[in-house]
Design a protein around this ligand. Sequence first.
Ligand code: ATR
Length: 277
Amino acid sequence: MSDLYAVIGNPIGHTKSPLIHGLFAEETRQDLSYTAIEGPQEPQGAFAETVRAFIANGGKGMNVTAPFKLQAFAMADERSERAELAGAVNAMKFEGGRIIAENFDGIGLVRDIEVNLGFPMAGKRVLMLGAGGAARGALLPFLAAGPQEMVIVNRDVEKAKALAARIEGRGPLLACAYGDLEAMGRFDLVVNATSASLTGELPSVPPSVFSPEGAAYELAYGKRLTPFLRLARNAGVRIIADGVGMLVEQAAEAFDWWRGVRPETRTAIDRLTVPLD
Ligand code: ATR
């Protein structure tokens, strides 16, 4: 029997994970089955039961998407430092009766920016909008890439400050309010890690933060030119991208973690890319 993997979320109909992992399995000739499971939102504990039933059936690993990333975190026996800091889990491995948990979102994002977009972060000024789960997941991998300076900005500035305080000493990180940005000059890379684009909103970021020679990255994907990316384009930013590459790269990290072989990602990215305008 093929090894069993799945993505769990609710809703799950829109998920691209089975397609991505199917392409990876074909390319690397791995014998596995990867399905999508709609997890139960209630009653309490039903999510964990579904995961345990999957393990009992021989499941080897799972990807976790909204709204279960926190519940997956809570039920894990072991968590990576990245998952600890994000407070959220997007991949699990089941081994010897234990649930080992990871968060590859941030590492996938860094890989997409550095490898696929050809934009190394070392020595760059980086601005991250938002201090929610998505931003938290990205912070350690971003700092590991060696930026000259990294600024996180959030409407609720205390949340950004608390986050910066949690990883003090790990890199040149500063938290501030949107109102401070005008005075902070240009950034080489601006990443929108807020959930504003999901509702068509624009974080109140001034166009002066963008640098024409730089890059702007929107974590949401498949939304075409969001208000954030439009602002960046109008400011003349050279590289603009949405999160489709991050989605595929985090999947590749999980695949490698589970199977010990790294798939190529270009085919899946090309299949899933939606033109920005
Ligand atoms: P996620 O896990 O997707 O990051 P989250 O944890 O709910 O979601 O966090 C949402 C983030 O988007 C927060 O940083 C939020 O800012 P506040 O903490 O100040 O609320 C940010 N956000 C949502 N809508 C926004 C908007 N219209 N403008 C700016 N930031 C916004």
